[in-house]
Design a protein around this ligand. Structure first.
Ligand code: NAD
Length: 451
């Protein structure tokens, strides 16, 4: 694994030479990244089809369009983001000026998962480039076709001393984590997140951890039930539920449960047809290990809709489970698949209290019309980020920070937040030499008065 050390050393030398400082250099590289994606779009569609059976529509909306939008926002705002930020100075600092400089960390490592294998590998890179860093990407070995393609197209477009892909699984990741990076950006499970943080502590490297959790969708009695059902079904079954912010389960007010279930069944049929296992555009489960894990959940509670699976194609129907309790194993871990348990409540306060006592989720979705209640839910429960009367959409707004809290992660990105994640904020005070206020010096009268 000596090559890993060599890559890191080369990138460090490239960074130390000051190559990435320049605005034009960074802008050019962002444009190059855009060009690279555009040029290889058809190969990208094929790779994602192979890894996850992703449809062109889904690859475009959830991977490519997202990246194009992030690149455009970065290019448009780069000068402004890079500029030193003036801040006031207190009266005691009369004569001085204060400002915050944004300094690149240096050589950064991005480790990504398999579920949105292109988007989650490159979205952090956009901000890392904008902030003036060199980057090593370690994509997931489970989305092999995308990982290979990414390595290939990045090699064709960039100098490896600046941006490169190191492919491989756990062993490669472990080896990378032994190196001294200036920042590590990890997206994946909470278990591996802990391993990453432990390794980073050896070099006191700052980490951003984008993890998972059980994100609830709460449907209150005054919600627009049809829209709630449609948006929950879309958020849950996009990518066959293999989305970190997918609604993991639904908590619905008992009085509207029947109506919601009926509407959800209608929307599943309208999105995926009568036989989703035969729908060529429906995403498959990434591998047999996850297929087996998910299939075991199908025996829990009552299957209200779906429930069939096909081992050969690794597909599981969009499934709605009723009669589920917190004792079922489907409620004990992040589902990360197309299985949606529905629980009901009669008292929203008790429900919120229950959610508050659990690990902090990455997302929370509240469906209800009452603005006071909307505010109360948002304030009372701690979670990474979320939406009122929608699912997933908050993460597609580049102006909103995206990240977890507690066990769902630390740090945030998207838009300027990614730039900030990969920048050290250096506080500078520029003092005047025209005069020198005496009060801070020993023996000054004012100093004695203050004490
Ligand atoms: P994972 O943690 O198994 O793997 C993520 C990355 O870590 C991969 O590149 C993998 O090769 C590497 N890795 C695995 N084991 C390692 C080890 N022992 N040491 C070092 N590196 C190791 O996660 P996954 O299965 O690829 O993805 C699913 C998880 O990711 C879910 O929990 C999901 O919620 C989470 N996720 C979070 C976000 C987010 O933005 N917060 C996005 C997508 C997925």
């Amino acid at each position: 694994m000596e090559y890993i050390e060599t890559i890191v050393n080369n990138q460090r030398a490239f960074f130390q030479n000051g190559n990435t400082v320049d605005y034009t250099f960074r802008k050019d590289r962002l444009e190059k990244l855009r060009e690279m994606l555009k040029k290889h779009e058809s190969k990208i569609y094929m790779a994602l089809k192979k890894d996850l059976n992703k449809s062109k529509h889904e690859t475009l909306t959830t991977e490519l369009a997202f990246l194009y939008s992030e690149i455009d926002v970065a290019i448009k705002n780069l000068r402004f983001w890079m500029a030193a930020e003036k801040v006031p100075s207190p009266i005691t600092h009369k004569g001085s000026r204060s400002y915050i400089m944004k300094e690149p960390y240096g050589v950064v490592l991005v480790i990504s998962p398999w579920n949105y294998p292109l988007q989650l590998a490159l979205a952090p890179v956009i901000g890392a480039i904008a902030a003036g860093n060199c980057v090593i990407i370690k994509p997931s070995e489970h989305a092999k076709a995308t990982s290979m393609l990414l390595a290939d197209i990045v090699e064709g477009a960039f100098d490896s001393s600046y941006l490169t892909v190191v492919e491989g699984g756990q062993e490669v990741s472990t080896e990378l984590l032994k190196q001294h990076f200036d920042s590590i950006f990890f997206t994946g499970s909470s278990e591996v997140g802990k391993i990453v943080m432990r390794a980073a502590s050896e070099h006191l490297t700052p980490v951003t951890l984008e993890l998972g959790g059980k994100s609830p969708a709460i449907v209150d009695e005054d919600a627009n039930i049809n829209l709630a059902a449609k948006r929950i079904v879309w958020g849950k079954f996009t990518n066959a539920g293999q989305t970190c912010v997918a609604p993991d389960y639904v908590y619905v007010h008992e009085s509207v449960k029947f109506k919601l279930l009926k509407a959800m069944k209608k929307h599943v049929k309208s999105f995926y047809g009568k036989d989703p296992l035969k729908n060529g555009d429906y995403t498959k489960i990434i591998n047999e290990k996850h297929f087996n894990r998910l299939e075991a959940f199908l025996t829990e509670g009552t299957v209200l809709h779906g429930g069939n699976s096909d081992r050969e194609s690794l597909m599981i129907e969009p499934t709605i489970l009723d009669k589920i309790t917190w004792e079922n194993s489907v409620m004990k871990e992040e589902i990360f698949g197309p299985i949606l348990p529905v629980l009901s409540f009669t008292n929203i306060e008790d429900t919120l209290y229950k959610i508050r006592k659990m690990e902090k989720p990455l997302a929370l979705y509240y469906f209800g019309d009452n603005e006071k209640m909307q505010q109360q839910v948002m304030e009372y429960v701690s979670f990474g980020g979320g939406s009122i009367n929608d699912t997933l959409y908050h993460l597609a707004n580049p102006h909103l920070p995206f990240g977890g809290v507690g066990s769902s992660g630390m740090g945030a990105y998207h838009g300027k937040h990614t730039f900030d994640t990969f920048s050290h904020k250096k506080g500078i005070l520029k003092q005047t030499t025209k005069f020198d206020l005496p009060f801070r010096y020993p023996g000054s009268k004012l100093a004695e008065t203050v004490v």
